[in-house]
Design a binder for this molecule. Structure first.
Ligand SMILES: C[S@@+](CC[C@H](N)C(=O)[O-])C[C@H]1O[C@@H](n2cnc3c(N)ncnc32)[C@H](O)[C@@H]1O
Length: 295
């Protein structure tokens, strides 16, 4: 399905599609940026010999493919609404094209040791009911790994068009039932599902900008700056791509877009804007309660 078809069928979902090389490169770069904040790992959970791993909204497939390489005994399934561009993967990896919102969902409940969901929930409406649906896929005793962002941070500095662009993006998402502050809401939503015995949150704040490490900057500062610069590029690519019709209708006109791109690249914009724009990325690691036994 290309992005036009995808937009027609799923007006609320991810707009760019993952069937073009630029988008694949953007997602791969984001994957490597996230790993810098996770000590170079793809996940923080203490996974022990998982046999079944599911990656929902897998995009370029890079996370799932790395997982299949790291756990050669596991069956790793990557799922996405859009088809995945062919890339090299081990034989224990498979891709399935499906809509996570489909009724009924063609994935078996209680069947995955690990379910991974990165940057998907923010793109979908009714995230709380989606979480319930995702939680059901995790085996008792298994792990749900979620990474998502919040895009409502204050933008400081002289960047009116960038500020307007983020404002319109949030407005558009909200009009579709999406939640731009999803990463800060996730922990309580997850606890409220009652499905998890443990909810751990790892917070990585990524300042968007090009600020140098500076004297005395800690390793954590430099990692978060690195993530910030990856995120900045990622959002730039997102805003500069073909404009979503919903965003256009709200006022993200070609003129505003042009101005936004100019501001985005202007060096005097970077410092103040950077520190304020970003956006927490939270990694939530959840342990699902074992089933209660009846005597
Ligand atoms: C921002 S990308 C994230 C990709 C990947 N998880 C990553 O972190 O690199 C969101 C992905 O979710 C997919 N997606 C959006 N709506 C979906 C749906 N309803 N069902 C399955 N996948 C969906 C998109 O096609 C896209 O690949």
């Amino acid at each position: 399905m290309d992005s036009t078809e995808s937009q027609k069928r799923f007006p609320h979902t991810y707009w760019h599609g993952t069937t073009n090389q630029t988008e694949i490169e953007r997602l791969d770069a984001l994957h490597h940026g996230i790993k810098t904040c996770l000590d170079g790992k793809s996940f923080l959970a203490p996974l022990e010999n998982p046999q079944t791993i599911l990656d929902l909204g897998a995009g370029s497939g890079i996370w799932a493919i790395e997982c299949a390489e790291n756990f050669p005994d596991a069956q790793v399934i990557a799922v996405d609404l859009n088809r995945m561009l062919p890339r090299s993967a081990p034989s224990n990896f498979q891709f399935r094209q499906l809509d996570i919102l489909a009724e009924p969902l063609p994935l078996e409940a209680d069947s995955f040791d690990v379910v991974h969901v990165r940057f998907l929930i923010i793109h979908l409406p009714n995230p709380r009911s989606l979480l319930e649906r995702i939680a059901r896929l995790v085996k008792p005793g298994g792990w749900l790994l979620i990474e998502d962002v919040t895009v409502t941070g204050e933008i400081k500095g002289d960047a009116p068009a960038v500020r307007a662009a983020f404002g319109l993006l949030c407005k558009y998402w909200e009009s579709n039932g999406q939640v731009p502050r999803v990463s800060v809401e996730l922990e309580s939503w997850l606890r409220q599902t009652g499905a998890f015995s443990e909810v751990n949150v790892h917070e990585a704040v990524a300042p968007v900008g090009n600020a140098g490490a500076g004297d005395g900057a800690s390793a954590a500062d430099s990692e978060s700056r690195q993530l910030g610069s990856t995120m900045k590029k990622s959002f730039r690519d997102g805003f500069s791509a073909e404009t979503h019709p919903g965003l256009l209708a709200l006022g993200f006109t070609p003129e505003l877009k042009k101005q936004c791109m100019e501001e985005w690249d202007r060096s005097e914009w970077q410092m103040e804007f950077a520190s304020a724009l970003y956006l927490g990325t939270k990694v939530c690691l959840m342990f699902r309660s074992p089933p209660t036994t009846t005597q």
